[in-house]
Write a protein that binds this ligand. Structure first.
Ligand SMILES: NC(=O)c1ccc[n+]([C@@H]2O[C@H](COP(=O)([O-])OP(=O)(O)OC[C@H]3O[C@@H](n4cnc5c(N)ncnc54)[C@H](OP(=O)(O)O)[C@@H]3O)[C@@H](O)[C@H]2O)c1
Length: 374
């Protein structure tokens, strides 16, 4: 980026008058930069600092020059050495970034020891200036294995069973957003269905009605009225007899069915969220795969449509990235419910523009009159 370009952006950032003075002062400070090697070290240091403060890269390039100039303005006579410049440069950068960064937000992520939830939790932990991330796990055992897996501070992890409404409320106090990544997990019971010959599945750690309905409702209700609630849900919700709904369903002696229906319980919670008046983002991923994120073109859709790609899958890491982007940009992703799949890695180009991604929906949202709500 040239200085002229930097000056234009600076003008927008600081106001025209300040910028003109900065441009004048720039020439003075350039003369003073007698030791270019040291100057470039200081610029790198400032850039790292600004990145840590989470200023956009374009702005930090601009500020490579800006702070030096601004310093010249502030103390033109006393800045005799590059060291005094660097000290003031840092002080100036702090003041600038403090006025331009969004305040650090407390955000809760449930299912933080699970697969998608953990990707999201780690992404937030990597942005400590932006998020005070609190990860919820179901048990002490999950907490231990999450911490042992590395780079997760113990103080950021809380053991909370989401079916305990009071405990969820307590941990969600003052949070600005709640990311729900919990789910009942189907597991084979070891028995086989005599008619189909297929393994029978159950939910040993909580049935869908408890985890996906009551547990999600607790999390939605715990987030304040101004909060943003994000849910990692699932595709398939428009089909009441989807295979996921059948898992764990048992037929009672009187012919009625009970248990299972995981997608219907998830959908009930989603409708509860949409009716709550809170900002929502509901992501319905296709089949989740453990492939690297950031390597595929993502495709958004609604109502289990297969438009855009024949692929029915998406890497967990990409789902977490979409949730992170939604969290950062509620203006774009707020009050949206959509499906998410990814093209095979050899097709298309990896998604980097998350504004264009959500705009590809052309305003469409999932239609909850389709499928069945319990
Ligand atoms: N598998 C797929 O192909 C697929 C496809 C589309 C959508 N989805 C949905 O995508 C989401 C993420 O899936 P995933 O496979 O990444 O998740 P996952 O690894 O199964 O993680 C779910 C997490 O929920 C936690 N949990 C369950 N009950 C809880 C409770 N009562 N209190 C607190 N935490 C509880 C689990 O904790 P513990 O580990 O301690 O039990 C686990 O960490 C889920 O909603 C899933 O249904 C999955």
């Amino acid at each position: 980026m040239t200085f002229a370009h930097g000056a234009k952006e600076s003008r927008e950032f600081f106001g025209r008058r300040a910028c003109v003075r900065m441009e004048e002062a720039h020439h003075i400070s350039q003369k003073r930069l007698k030791n270019p090697k040291l100057a470039s070290f200081e610029i790198r240091r400032t850039r790292t600092f600004l990145n840590r403060m989470n200023l956009p890269i374009a702005l930090s390039y601009n500020l490579q020059v800006g702070p030096i100039v601004l310093l010249s303005l502030l103390r033109p006579k006393t800045m005799r050495t590059i060291f005094s410049q660097s000290f003031l440069m840092l002080a100036s950068a702090t003041a600038l970034s403090a006025s331009s960064t969004v305040p650090r937000r407390k955000v809760v992520v449930s299912g933080a020891g699970g697969q998608t939830g953990q990707f999201l939790f780690r992404k937030m932990l990597a942005l400590p200036d932006e998020f005070d991330a609190i990860g919820l796990v179901r048990s002490e055992e999950s907490k231990k294995s999450l911490i042992e897996s590395g780079d997760v501070p113990e103080s950021s992890v809380k053991v909370v069973d989401v079916t305990d409404a009071d405990a969820v409320k307590q941990v969600a106090k003052d949070c600005s957003a709640f990311c729900i990544c919990t789910s009942a997990k189907p597991k084979p019971t070891g028995e086989t269905d005599e008619t189909t010959g297929r393994p029978i599945f159950g939910f040993p750690n909580g049935i869908p009605e408890e985890v996906d309905w009551q547990g999600q409702k607790n999390q939605i209700d715990a987030c304040g009225p101004e909060g943003h609630v994000l849910i990692c849900s699932s595709m398939g919700g428009t089909d009441p007899n989807h295979v996921l709904n059948v898992l764990g369903r048992t037929i009672n002696p009187d012919g009625t069915a009970s248990g299972g229906n995981i997608l219907k319980w998830k959908r009930k919670a989603e409708v509860h969220l949409m009716e709550s008046g809170k900002t929502y983002t509901i992501v319905h991923p296709g089949g989740l795969i453990n492939e690297s994120g950031g390597e595929r073109e993502l495709v958004l859709g609604v109502d289990d449509s297969t438009e855009g790609t024949d692929s029915r899958t998406v890497p967990r890491e990409d789902v977490a990235e979409v949730m992170l982007q939604a969290l950062k940009h509620p203006d774009l992703y707020g009050n949206r419910s959509f499906d998410l799949r990814a093209k095979p890695s050899e097709e298309g180009s990896p998604t980097t523009d998350f504004r264009a991604l959500v705009e590809s929906l052309n305003g469409k949202n999932c239609d909850y009159s389709l499928g069945e709500i319990l």
